[in-house]
Design a protein around this ligand. Structure first.
Ligand code: NIG
Ligand code: FE
Length: 418
């Protein structure tokens, strides 16, 4: 892919490749060679191989900036309409997230607003949200459905997600989450609703709308038996699975998902040792979502030490959604992963690069700066990568490059700069 053609040289940066074994301090005077959208070479500026030097046709002086892989937000619910700020006020008055959901608010409140919104209105709002994430260095974003809960509206939301990937210089992976909450039409008939969700998957797949399948397995979501039926349907279509697991209660969802070789299990505050062992054996990524933990004022911590000890790869994501995590800053999640969950800054950055790629099944192409991987990277006005996690509340991102092409944010909307 980068065997013969012309190359661009990006030099004079502190290169933090996140490749396994690479120094956390990065390579001073680091450089990259890119061609055809991919990385041809990464290392010390002085060590560019002579054979490759001859093919360089463009050169970029990065002025000593910190250079990392483009960030990957591997869990978001970006497509929805309406606001849930009134529920924030209700919780401040003492109502719990579960109380509000059981009373018909929560996810179902957003479903009503989303069903009433046109595809173009949903797209316009979601594009602005994606732009916020991208301005902080995000080059790959997972987007779930789950606020439509009907065949038509779930497909509408997945189409919007695909449109975001088509209109912005951004890699989008879509996840079908019809089993997010019980559609109001199926009140008292959750099993009949699950039949529908399973039926939709084939239609969504035929339209090219779905990269993975997710279920909210919880007391206020779906039972393990119902979850299993959706996972079976996904498996019969050859679709990879993930799970909202062990967020508000322990359902054994992580062990169940691991049985299906899940890409990831997400949230995990209630994960037990059996769940950890099952995830480790299956190579399933633990996606931790400190924004939801913070916003819902949870107190039970995910078992980070046990995950580490078992060698389960840990990723971090925004979980952006209007109810439990309305933030749009992946950098803030790095900070919170360290302050709230006690991850190291290096674990946190790996959680939005190498391990986030793995949570999306993109570990062979995204998330590290090494030959053969996509040339997605971010440049930061920082001296050391630990500052990505220690700072918060401002954006030190100087430049975002996707597929070897710089992105401009003129007018706030990302577009190719060249
Ligand atoms: O990941 N837990 C389920 N789903 C979302 C919240 C959705 C909502 O409240 O709108 C989450 O936290
Ligand atoms: Fe979520």
């Amino acid at each position: 892919m980068t065997g013969e053609g012309t190359l661009s040289l990006w030099r004079n940066a502190r290169l933090v490749s996140m490749a396994p074994g690479a120094s956390w301090d990065g390579v001073a005077d680091g450089a990259l060679l890119t061609g055809d959208g991919h990385i041809a070479w990464a290392g010390e500026g002085g060590a560019v191989p002579a054979s490759m030097r001859a093919r360089i046709t463009a050169e970029h002086d990065l002025g000593g900036a910190l250079l990392t892989p483009g960030l990957i937000d591997c869990h978001s619910h970006l497509v929805y309409a309406g606001s849930r700020a009134a529920e924030f006020e209700q919780r401040l008055q003492g109502a719990s997230y579960e109380d509000i959901a059981r009373a018909g608010g929560g996810i179902r409140h957003t479903v009503t607003a989303t069903r009433a919104a046109s595809e173009s209105a949903l797209l316009a709002q979601a594009l602005r949200r994606a732009a916020c994430l991208m301005a902080e260095g995000v080059t790959t974003l997972e987007i779930k459905s789950g606020y439509g809960l009907s065949a038509e509206c779930e497909a509408r939301c997945l189409r919007v997600a695909r449109q975001i990937g088509a209109q912005l210089p951004l890699t989008v992976r879509t996840t079908s989450l019809g089993a997010h909450a019980l559609a109001p039409e199926f009140a008292g008939r959750p099993d009949a609703y699950i039949d529908e969700v399973c039926r939709w998957l084939a239609l969504q797949q035929a339209e090219g709308l779905v990269d993975a399948v997710d279920v909210f397995c919880d007391d206020i979501g779906f039972s393990p038996a119902q979850t299993r039926r959706v996972l079976d349907a996904a498996r019969s279509l050859g679709l990879p699975v993930k799970l909202h697991a062990e967020q508000l209660s322990n359902q054994g969802g992580a062990a169940l998902a691991a049985e299906y070789g899940a890409l990831s299990c997400d949230h995990l505050e209630w994960l037990d040792s059996q769940g950890v062992a099952s995830m480790a054996a299956a190579g399933t990524v633990a996606v931790l979502l400190p924004g939801a933990f913070y916003f819902l004022r949870e107190t039970r911590l995910p078992p980070v030490a046990a995950l580490r000890e078992a060698g389960v790869p840990i990723a971090i994501a925004t979980d952006h959604n209007p109810g439990s995590a309305p933030g749009l800053s992946l950098l803030l999640m790095l900070n919170m992963a360290c302050t709230l969950f006690r991850l190291t800054p290096e674990e946190a950055l790996r959680g939005v690069t190498e391990h986030a790629a793995r949570a999306l099944g993109l570990q062979d192409s995204h998330g590290v700066l090494a030959p053969g991987y996509v040339a997605d990277f971010a440049l930061w006005d920082l001296e050391h990568p630990r500052e990505l996690a220690s700072n918060f509340g401002h954006n030190p991102c100087r430049q975002v490059v996707r597929g070897g092409r710089p992105i401009s944010f003129a007018g706030g909307m990302p577009a190719w700069a060249d």
